[in-house]
Each structure stands twice: as C-alpha cells, then as structure tokens.
Ligand binder design. Sequence first.
Ligand SMILES: [Zn+2]
Length: 140
Amino acid sequence: MSLVGVEGDLATGNVVVSMRMELLDAILEGAKRLFPRETILLLRGKKTKDTIVVTDLLVPPLANYGHGFAHIPIYMMPMDFSIVGTVHSHPSGNFNPSPTDLNHMFGRVLMIVAAPYKGEANVAAYNRNGDRIEFCVTET
Ligand SMILES: [Zn+2]
C-alpha cells in the first residue's frame, strides 16, 4: 500500500530529473554539514511529460538524521502532491539505493547524493523501480 498514487508512467523509465544549480548546491552543502550523518529533504516540483523539474527543497517533518538510514515517519508526510520525491545522503560514498531506501520510497524520484558531495558526479536519481534515471542541472 502506498500513500502516493503510482501512475505507472515511470515504469517505462525514460524520465529525466532536473534542478537548478543553486538547489543542488544547497543539497550538497546540507549533506556536508551533517556528515557523517545522513541528511534527507523533500523535493517539491512539477512533472511534465518526460521531465520532473525540482523547484524547491523542503525539510521533512520530524526527520531523523541517524547513522545508516535517514528516515521520515511516513504518516507525518504532507499530503502535498507537489512533492515529487526525496533526496538523501550516503556518507559511505556509495550511491546505490539500499533495499530500505526503495521500500520507503516516497513520490516518484529517489535521489541520492554520495560523499564527498562535490557536485553532479556525486548525484544519482532512481525511479520507483530502483532503475537509474537521468539527472541534469540547469543554470536557471
Ligand atoms: Zn540510502
């Protein structure tokens, strides 16, 4: 059971996630600040046919920044359909999603930023099936 309707369109894969450079910088800065703990943020944005554009970052309610797994109590999540997914950090430097990440997926996109959090090369995005999808950064 999921709180968020799955429309199945990501099953085909070829969705691209994009965000402005300043948002990516904010995510990476936050991840550095919390290191070696994990950080987690909600991604707010909009989806067009084949692109998910992230427009804002939100701090989730009662986020638990622990070692090993940053999680959000799912019942505290805003019922806000502009939430397109989440981003969290992997202090280990490995950006593969863990089974726990995939089981607790919220929204359409699972983004992972991996230490040392230097830039786009340390970012990966996945769909609900755990398939890697394209991520791109825009200037504006
Ligand atoms: Zn994870």
